[in-house]
Design a protein around this ligand. Sequence first.
Ligand code: FES
Length: 145
Amino acid sequence: MYSEKVMDHFQNPRNVGEIEHASGMGTVGNAKCGDIMRIYLDIDENQIIRDVKFKTFGCGAAVATSSMATELVKGKSIQEAMQVTNKAVMEALDGLPPVKVHCSLLAEEAIHAALWDYAQKHQMTIEGLEQPKSDIGEEEEEEEY
Ligand code: FES
């Protein structure tokens, strides 16, 4: 059911932990399952992501996607990190079962929330970045409200 890459990142997740005095930190919850993800970013003066760590109360797919997502944004510029969508992460992992796709949103949204936090602290705008929601869900669910 899971690709070898998913199993590898689940069993040996990269970049787990936290960063003290992080440049940006973002926490999001997944409205579908109640799981939580927190991402810490260390961004240098040239706006390059020097280091990134994550912590999650999430399922195996959330762990694997976050691990891959952190690998994909590490060493990248903020604009490059904005291109790391949940789709890009899933592709890098050779896919996820359809019922687990919502789990991959946690990492993307938490990275965006951490970038938002960084932008707020530096009074800057990041192109394409919107204010994060604390709870993420699928679009159609949000329309019910
Ligand atoms: Fe909640 Fe996967 S079931 S993140």
